[in-house]
Design a protein around this ligand. Sequence first.
Ligand code: GLA
Length: 375
Amino acid sequence: MKTLFMTATSLALGLAACQSPGTETQKPHTGIIKTPFGAVEGQPVELYTLTNSNGTAVSITTYGGIITAFRTKDKNDSVSSIVVGFDTITQYLQQPPYFGAIIGRYGNRIGNAAFSLDGKEYKLAANNGKNHLHGGLKGFDKQIWKAADVQDSVPTLILEYTSKDGEEGYPGNLQVKVTYALGDNDDLRITYDATTDKATPVNLTNHSYFNLTGDTRSTILDHRLQLKSSSYTPVDSGLIPTGEIRKVAGTPFDFSQAATVGSRMDQVPGGYDHNWVIDRKGKNLETVAILTDSVSGRLLEVQTTEPGIQFYAGNFLDGKFTNHTGTPVNLHTALCLETQHFPDSPNKKDFPTTILQPGEKYHTVTVYRVGRMAK
Ligand code: GLA
């Protein structure tokens, strides 16, 4: 693996070195480049940049598996990042709200920070009021992942992490592998694999915040969103699903036809931060969301094998953090489309199960593909 990694890095660096000045725009440096990205608690952290033949580039740090940038061309061929991120590790250590990170062991909330499994009650960290959010105080977003392998033909990075039995209150040693592959269709494929030695809930996702304009100077309220969903899971005041699966027809939650994010949000107290139930045909990868922005002409298509998607409209963003572009990340200047199993499933017997048993293989795939809107 080491050898492969060396080959890939040298190849990428070699390509860069071969180019004479001025040719850079004609042929992008495809492949993977590894650069240092500081240190966390004395341990070095790296940044891997995956670049495809169109020049689209995705940067991922081993700290939290965070996607720090997803740089694509807009309708005028101007390049900018469609995800909120930072250029240094320092801001990531100031606890931003999960910008771009891998979320685990459990994406979204578990009510009362507790669940029962096989007759035993498990207590988790209550890090969101009385509830448990995004894996706890030190979830997968704050761990240093091991770059296990890279491949260069389709730029690919594999990150691994072992979550110990009892970590954040969860049972079982969980071996996790997250694979990022950037295809030539500007499609970032994220594959999540895990195995355990004791039954445990698992619900992995990525928490990228998108603004297709490439700049948080403007909000996402004029972005148009379409979700392949005819129902959602209503929540209580602590954002825990009530257990009901409610039809979206005739409500501001109906995105079965494309609608602007902001057009009906004033009818949703607190703004959109809900799990939509995907109308699935089967278990394969399906397109579940399409987001467009006419200013940049960009389109984002989300495909997944998951049964749900959390559409979060950046309701808690408050300008505390400043994006790559030097602009503050203010209220509603970015949105998340987190593919997932439903929140609080360990306490909801009628929701699809999130329990992984020893001997089983957890395997989910989500693709974020960036394209251009039809003219
Ligand atoms: C998720 C949750 C939100 C919020 C954000 C992070 O999307 O659903 O309620 O906690 O993460 O701020």
